[in-house]
Design a protein around this ligand. Structure first.
Ligand code: TYD
Ligand code: MG
Length: 419
């Protein structure tokens, strides 16, 4: 980091660097070298590997697999450089046992059980590792801060100090942060603006899929996804997630099930959305969603009610994305709408059809980005029909997929729910 000239009122002593400010066109813009982690799905969310001197936060629920992932990454990173793994949560023996169970090479991993930041600073200076892991931020203590570990001020000060080390020594540091669903504890949220990259590890603890999502990245694009499965021998990369999600169930012919070719990040992903609408004759209707935004579902239900005339206002409605993925893009609207309509009418959507489109408030269906890539993925997975928005269709070479183009939700329901 460049030394800033001291600020203040001492007008006489101010010495400005001669070559500042610099012309942007003269700034050295050579691409930073990156270290591949040996885990492709992790490299993908980092934007192509670890940037030297970067600070990366990996957040997620306790038990989701953060330590496992970082130990696996530490192992493969250590084949080409020194790695320091600092744990405040487990004993050396526990980490050793885990590494053994995972069958990892650990020769060049330096391990320390420590929570005191002063010691950690010394370890970083002594080992001078290329990559360090701090597991977890909630257990670390800055000796100058009196509040308890995990409190906002502790977490902030510790991170600021780690940031300093990262920039000073060029060490890339991964920080683990636990988050709870409620976000009640002072956690990673308060640090998001301080670090270079924020990754969230998501997934249903009762299922084996794990999704690593880029929330912020100074060195790459956001919303990128890395997909893993937690197995007996640790986290295994899923290279073809569509095949994985689809393979888990025989193509469903039940009402309420719709497959959507979604693009989260840069990769198309086929996922099944399920809905269940059932009448509720007493009390307040229940609404539950997993994997899609609750408010978005409420909006789509309002459109179905008002523009299509489906009276589901007093019904219970549940919407679930299979496999524990979260879908954030509006291109999945039409699939959500059709799954609700399909369950409501008790009529199935053809099981060889995919559905994609954004739904507007007047019941119109709007175009989506990268339609061809989405449909190619569907074609590759053996789907024969695609329900797509009229607008935005250009010539596409999809010999095996029949396109059904529609303008409105009413038309979409007519085409998809013939049965
Ligand atoms: P862990 O990495 O300790 O989670 P975090 O650091 O995010 O709190 O993951 C712990 C869970 O992963 C634990 O419930 C057991 C499971 N697990 C496996 O299923 N297979 C494995 O090989 C390992 C190491 C853990
Ligand atoms: Mg852990």
């Amino acid at each position: 980091m460049e030394e800033k000239p001291p600020s203040g009122n001492s007008k006489s002593k101010l010495t400005l660097p001669t070559d500042f400010p610099k012309l942007l066109s003269q700034v050295d813009m050579a691409e930073e070298d990156r270290y591949p982690t040996g885990i492709n799905e992790l490299d993908r969310v980092l934007g192509g590997g670890v940037v030297p001197g970067s600070l990366v936060l990996i957040g997620g629920d306790p038990g989701i697999g953060k330590s496992t992932l970082l130990l696996q990454a530490a192992s493969s990173l250590s084949t080409s450089g020194k790695v320091l793994y600092i744990t405040g949560e487990e004993s050396l023996r526990q980490v050793g046992l885990r590494a053994g169970r995972l069958g990892l090479k650990t020769n060049e991993i330096y391990l320390a059980c420590e929570t005191n930041l002063e010691y950690i600073s010394e370890y970083i200076k002594k080992v001078s590792p290329r990559v360090a892991v701090v597991d977890s931020i909630q257990t670390m203590v800055h000796p100058d801060v009196t509040s308890a570990p995990g409190s906002v001020s502790q977490v902030r000060e510790v991170t600021a100090k780690l940031m300093h080390h990262a920039k000073e020594h060029g060490t890339s540091i991964f920080i683990v942060g636990h988050v709870t669903k409620e976000g009640t504890i002072a956690g990673p949220r308060v640090l998001e603006h301080m670090v270079d990259t924020v990754l969230y590890f998501e997934g249903d603890r009762h299922q084996s899929f794990r999704v690593l999502r880029t929330v912020k990245n100074r060195f790459g694009s956001t919303n990128e996804l890395g997909i893993f499965e937690m197995q007996g021998q640790g986290l295994v990369e899923i290279e073809n997630p569509s095949a994985m999600f689809m393979a888990r169930h025989p193509l469903s012919t039940a009402p309420g099930s719709v497959v959507v070719p979604s693009i989260e990040g840069t990769r198309p992903l086929l996922v099944e959305i399920q809905a269940l609408v059932s009448s509720n004759s007493y009390g307040v209707p229940r609404r539950m969603t997993t994997g899609v935004d609750h408010n978005r579902v409420a909006l789509i239900m309002a459109v179905l009610e008002k523009r299509v005339g489906m009276r589901m206002g007093s019904s219970d409605a549940y919407v679930n994305v299979v496999g524990g993925v979260r879908l954030l893009e509006p291109a999945v609207d039409l699939a959500v709408a059709l799954s609700l309509a399909s369950s409501f009418r008790d009529a199935a959507v053809p099981n060889d059809m995919v559905v994609v489109g954004e739904v507007g408030l007047t019941g119109e269906v709007r175009p989506v980005t990268s339609l061809e890539r989405r449909l190619k993925e569907a074609e590759g997975m053996g789907f024969k029909k695609a329900l797509v928005p009229c607008t935005g269709i250009k010539k596409m070479s999809l010999p095996d997929v029949q396109l059904y183009s529609i303008d409105t939700l009413v038309e979409a329901i007519e085409v998809a729910l013939q049965g």
